[in-house]
Design a protein around this ligand. Structure first.
Ligand code: FAD
Length: 264
């Protein structure tokens, strides 16, 4: 066993050949973190790549630790069991190796948990709208698992854009939460669904323009609703442009705003 490794794969759920939920247990617990933060995970370059990845351009020495940041999807109080929602970049360095892991495989996870995409630090009584493409959903899953019980007084919404129905990770969990919590609204929208899909279709921006949030009683007003954007840079850019009409500004520690962004 390589001593650099400090965690064990407890579960690997392939939603598609290129989309997975990965669960790790650390040898030692980490500090409690904030929902929305990320940590870094890694594997040595000598680990085999998944059979359907492409051949990488860069080759590393076998003992080089390939590391990348991933948002944590598990609840903030789970300090030994971490869940990640990961997309396979076939030409990438780390994800082809992650997709080749098996239950019981060993790997590396950083001690540090970082990031300022903190969903539970919004001012009291402001609604929270969480917008994601693809695996950008992960920080919102952590937030809902950690805090949905604590916020009956505000409205919460997720708008999740994906290609096909099978790309909607956490669909069952989010649908169940919508049933259990009347203040939580879940809007999945698909670009490539066939006629069996009866939900929303098309780009997230189109639904914002068509008043999807207002239909849930959520006002697009920086004093009343904070927006979180996570995922594809094009989505982030176009939703940011949409929100700028309503005087939304990006949040920074020295200059608070109602728009919070995490780009992958
Ligand atoms: C704060 C933060 C949190 C993140 N959280 C997540 C997460 O929860 N889930 C997740 O899947 N990823 C997440 N990422 C992205 C992740 O860190 C890696 O960049 C990604 O998994 C690719 O790693 P790789 O080593 O396989 O590819 P690399 O070797 O890093 O990249 C290879 C090539 O693929 C391109 N590329 C990189 N990412 C993608 C992509 N997603 N789609 C298409 N092309 C790509 C690169 O531009 C590069 O040309 C996060 C990134 C940041 C900064």
């Amino acid at each position: 066993m390589d001593e650099i490794y400090n965690s064990t794969v407890m579960g690997k759920i392939l939603l598609t050949p290129d989309l997975m939920i990965l669960r790790l247990r650390t040898d030692k617990p980490r500090n409690e973190f904030k929902a929305g933060q990320y940590t870094t995970i890694g594997l040595l370059a000598k680990e085999p790549r998944s059979p359907h990845s492409s051949v990488p351009i860069d080759e590393y020495e076998p003992d080089f630790l390939i590391k990348r940041p991933y948002s944590i999807a598990s609840a903030k109080h789970d300090t030994s069991d971490f869940e990640f929602y990961i997309s396979h970049v076939k030409s990438g360095q780390l994800t082809p190796r992650l997709f080749n892991l098996q239950q019981g495989s060993r790997m590396w996870i950083d001690d540090k948990i970082l990031g300022v995409f903190s969903l539970n630090d919004t001012p009291p009584n402001t609604n929270i709208v969480m917008i994601a493409t693809g695996t950008g959903l992960a920080p919102y899953i952590s937030f809902l698992r950690s805090h949905i019980h604590h916020h009956p007084e505000i409205k919460l919404a997720i708008i999740h854009g994906a290609a096909n129905p099978w790309d909607l990770g956490y669909y069952s969990e989010l649908t169940l939460l919508q049933t259990l919590f009347p203040n939580f609204h879940y809007f999945p929208t698909l670009l490539k669904a066939d006629s069996s899909w009866t939900g929303l279709r098309g780009y997230i921006e189109e639904h914002l323009n068509n008043g999807v949030l207002q239909s849930a009683g959520i006002e697009v007003d920086p004093n009343k609703t904070h927006f979180f954007l996570c995922g594809n840079p094009k989505m982030v850019e176009s939703v940011t442009n949409y929100l700028s009409q309503f005087n939304y500004t990006c949040h920074h520690s020295d200059c608070p705003g109602s728009l919070h962004i995490e780009e992958y």
